[in-house]
Design a protein around this ligand. Structure first.
Ligand code: C2O
Length: 551
């Protein structure tokens, strides 16, 4: 294992898409940002320098951060943000993980343009449990706003209404030919016949779960959220914001004289405003490099477009997520907690807050949109929770308890329930070290039209069950999969349904959990866990680095 050094410079750049130029926050001048590569066991030392006017932090999405919670990154949870002109060095070891993860800004909506792949290769000499790819290609989905995303969300929070939607989706920063004035900004993948390509797919979009497909080619899913899965073939994948999926793409044995589109567009189940446009990239087979220097054919070739499922194809979505199983072999076992110390029930969903006096809000019936976990809309403190905890100064910063049963039990998915009002607070669930947790997350489907991709920092969890309607504590647990459930860090709580996850709280620190639809996070669909130190030295949070930013 080695130590790898990176430097990320956060600065403004003029970027043009859709014939619209704007000043955008970029990393090392790039959008999406640079790829960070490590091997399992390596240490990463990454200096982040802030040259912009906003405060910023970087989160290493999916990295366990064992004992190094200070490097996790969510603003006001594990650290105060890096201020203008300041820097901070993130320093952590990649333990027991290999696969595709990603990094992104974790303050306000800056992650819309501040993100990039984080690729963890297996240890030297340890092969992939699937065909060795000829090439590895990151595919990063994003969202382009002609406006400044920071202005979009701050306006929504001020008026109480929903934010404006994005103007395009992007593949590796490029919207593609289906948008006006965008044909030149199209991602192109050049392939050779008869080879395997490993696509490392990342959904870095702010607010949309996406279907993705390549015309006339089958994708073999081999990994999700940096955990190997039992391989399966599919025409289309579904990927929620925050999730990563590795697929093998096997190219045709003979050179086909055709061009193939790859496309992505959202999966949305109900009413609401969303960007329902389609991003496209192009896949072409290389002709002999001797005949064409560019490697691309110059003739007009027949063009094939994939058939994506309908926007609201819940049947496909359910079937797809149901097929995801941990590889769970001798080399990569699924260590599913078989016993549960604490069972916790969360409702997650949208609600409303009263509008402040003498104001008209643009939310439902003149209220403000809010979102909550067990009717608590989480408020970020003005100092970092982890720092307050470490210093023993929680008073006035957070309450060390969380209402673990919903305030008013109701038929979550039936007629509109009466209690959609939320209260605001900064409350934590406190867990002794090594607590085995079973968490049921029930969507309340009041106003929502999408599944909520819930992301837990600091852990992987096992998705032991999911279903539609109300969770039934008498019947549903008997159907839980405790053998080979998918292990991941972000799971979609289905609109009008529930999921059950299990994890072992073996990582001391304060760990954020939130909906990875950025607008829902902004409305308060977030909370935090405090995992206490264990008794052994390797069960304790390490002391904070000297350059940890101050608030
Ligand atoms: Cu990918 Cu808390 O985020």
């Amino acid at each position: 294992a080695i130590t790898r050094h990176y430097k990320l410079d956060i600065s403004l750049r003029n970027v043009s898409r859709l014939c619209h130029t704007k000043s955008m926050v970029t990393v090392n001048g790039q959008f999406p940002g640079p790829r960070i590569v490590a091997r399992e066991g390596d240490r990463l030392v990454i200096r982040v320098v802030n040259h912009i006017q906003n405060n910023i932090t970087i989160h290493w999405h999916g990295i366990r951060q064992l004992q190094t919670g200070w490097s996790d990154g969510p603003a006001y949870i594990t650290q105060c943000p890096i201020q203008t002109g300041q820097s901070f060095v993130y320093n952590y070891t990649v333990v027991g993980q290999r696969g595709t993860l990603w990094w992104h800004a974790h303050a306000s909506w800056l992650r819309s343009s501040v993100h990039g792949p984080l690729v963890i290769l297996p240890r030297h000499g340890v092969p992939y449990p699937f065909a060795k790819p000829h090439k590895e290609v990151p595919i990063v989905f994003g969202e382009w706003f002609n406006a400044d995303p920071e202005a979009v969300i701050s306006q929504a929070l001020q008026t109480g209404g929903g934010p404006n939607v994005s103007d395009a989706y992007t593949i590796n920063g490029l919207p593609g030919p289906f948008y006006n004035c965008s044909a030149k900004d199209t991602f192109k993948l050049k392939v050779k016949p008869g080879k395997n390509y490993l696509l490392r797919i990342i959904n870095a979009a702010l607010n949309d779960e996406l279907f993705f497909s390549i015309a006339k080619h089958t994708l073999t899913v081999v990994e999700a959220d940096a955990v190997y899965v039992k391989p399966f073939d599919t025409e289309t994948i579904l990927i929620a914001p925050g999730q990563t999926t590795n697929v093998l793409l096997k190219t045709k044995p003979q050179h086909p004289n055709a061009t193939f589109f790859m496309t992505a567009r959202p999966y949305v189940t109900g009413q609401g405003t969303f960007d329902n446009s389609t991003v496209a990239g192009i896949m072409e087979y290389e002709t002999s490099p001797k005949t064409h220097q560019s490697g691309f054919s110059t003739k007009q070739l027949p063009l094939f477009k994939p058939n994506l499922p309908a926007l609201n194809d819940t049947q496909f979505a359910t079937k797809f997520t149901g097929r995801l199983r941990s590889l769970a072999d001798a080399q990569f076992p699924a260590n599913v907690p078989q016993n549960v110390d604490r069972q916790i029930f969360f409702t997650v969903g949208l609600g409303t807050n009263p509008c402040s006096k003498n104001k008209t809000c643009q939310g439902p019936n003149g209220t403000m949109f809010a979102a909550s976990v067990n009717n608590v809309s989480f408020v970020l403190p003005t100092t970092a929770l982890l720092q307050a905890h470490f210093a023993g100064q929680s008073q006035g910063v957070y309450a060390p308890y969380f209402p673990v049963t919903p305030l008013s039990p109701f038929n979550y998915t039936g007629n509109p329930p009466n209690n959609t009002m939320v209260s605001r607070g900064t409350k934590l669930v406190v867990l002794p070290f090594n607590t085995s947790v079973e968490l049921i997350m029930q969507d309340t489907s009041i106003l929502g039209a999408e599944s909520h991709p819930l992301h837990l920092h600091g852990f992987n969890f096992f998705v032991v069950g999911q279903g539609f309607g109300n969770f039934n504590p008498k019947k549903d647990p008997s159907k839980f999969n405790l053998v080979d459930p998918i292990e991941r860090n972000t799971v979609g709580v289905p609109s009008g349904g529930w999921v059950a996850i299990r994890f072992l709280a073996d990582n001391p620190g304060v760990w954020f959990m939130h909906c990875h639809l950025e607008v829902h996070t902004s409305w308060g669909l977030k909370m935090a866990w405090l995992v206490l130190d264990g008794n052994l030295p390797n069960q304790k949070l390490l002391p904070p680095p000297a350059d940890l930013p101050k608030c």
